[in-house]
Write a protein that binds this ligand. Structure first.
Ligand code: DAH
Length: 347
């Protein structure tokens, strides 16, 4: 009589040969499932064979158990492969032996630069106030950067040490006020535009200066525009930006393209004016310049100064970004260290 062990090992071998062949020729998932049940189900072949385990000598039981596990793996592998073949499953192992079911690594998502995030917010707020976005080139001529803006040839702002001059009369624009001229040259009033963008000046780099930074220019021209409209526009803008009541201070100043001119100070929204790190203990944060468009500028672009008035303003976006996120050094904004940039979310 054949010993029970031989019988059991033989049946396992047969199962190991038969099952994968049948599984690999299954033609649909129902057939595959029926095969799975017939081999691995509670009443399936493998369980049936293993019922004979009890008749084996204890030391043979271990070997038979291990052999049964191997066969089970072979059958499971064949089932998984056939699922893929029938288009209903993922392969457990690729041809190279890699487990391709391991979840992949998520691609690294970048995020918008904080300056860009703030610029988008500014654009959105001014859009709601009726201002459209205008654009101009970063390589400008002297007409748009100076002459049209009523900046005379001997003005310090035109000195070579203050500008990146290129050949002929071209330079990297030193202010976004250039866009005012471009817009007024090409469009009749009424006008209401903002122009966010990059500007360049050969400043020595330190925590608050860079040779490259961002400004947002604003311009409104119509009949009867007043200084009161300017102040209201700025107040509404900052209220929206900081989402709280703000206090503005317009300090008399001078710019060649506005008359009268003022510096825009914002009572520090972080300390309420008591003095803190963000406002440099001054209680006020300098945001930029503004004023009523100088009649000479209107004349330069062919707008009748007797009929129209307008206001203009220019503010630093990097400064606003630093105040907004409490960033202590402007260089962080230009070094593009991803460990810094990653802190500002996806937005
Ligand atoms: N262009 C000026 C600057 O870069 C800022 C400025 C001041 C813009 C007054 C204006 C303005 O439109 O009215 O310093």
């Amino acid at each position: 009589m054949t010993p029970p062990s031989d019988d059991l090992f033989q049946r396992l071998d047969e199962l190991g040969a038969e099952a994968p062949a049948k599984i690999s020729s299954a033609t649909d998932t129902a057939e595959l499932e029926a095969l799975r049940l017939s081999y691995l189900g509670k009443k399936g072949s493998l369980k049936g064979i293993l019922r004979g385990l009890g008749q084996l000598a204890p030391e043979q039981r271990k070997d038979a158990g291990a052999a049964a596990n191997r066969i089970k793996e072979v059958i499971e592998g064949a089932l998984a492969e056939s699922k893929v073949r029938l288009g209903v499953g993922a392969p457990v192992k690729s041809a190279q032996g890699l487990d391709v079911t391991i979840p992949g690594r998520l691609p690294h998502l970048g995020s918008r630069h904080p300056v860009r995030q703030v610029a988008r917010r500014l654009i959105h707020i001014f859009h709601n106030l009726g201002f459209a976005v205008a654009d101009g080139p970063e390589v400008e001529d002297e007409w748009h950067n100076f002459i049209g803006l009523n900046i005379p040839p001997d003005h310090i702002a035109r000195d070579p040490s203050e500008n990146f001059y290129l050949e002929d009369d071209l330079l990297l624009r030193s202010q976004t006020s250039t866009v005012q001229i471009r817009v007024m040259e090409n469009h009749p009033p009424p006008l209401r535009i903002i122009a966010p963008g990059r500007v360049y000046r050969p400043d020595t780099v330190d925590a608050s200066h860079s040779f490259q930074f961002h400004q947002i220019e604003g311009l409104m021209v119509d009949e009867g525009v007043t200084f009161g409209d300017l102040k209201t526009t700025l107040r509404l803008f900052f209220t929206q930006l900081f989402q709280r009541d703000v206090e503005l201070r317009l300090r008399p100043s001078f710019f060649p393209f506005t008359e009268p001119s003022a510096e825009v100070d914002l009572r520090c929204p972080f300390c309420g004016g008591n003095g803190c790190k963000t406002c440099g203990r001054k209680g006020w944060i300098e945001m930029g310049g503004c004023g009523m468009v100088d009649p000479n500028v209107f004349e330069a672009v062919g707008i009748d100064p007797d009929r129209y008035t307008g206001f203009a303003f220019g503010m630093g976006i990097d400064r606003m970004t630093m105040a907004f996120y409490d960033i202590p050094d402007i260089r962080y904004l230009f070094e593009n260290d991803v460990r810094f940039l990653e802190q500002f979310g996806i937005e």
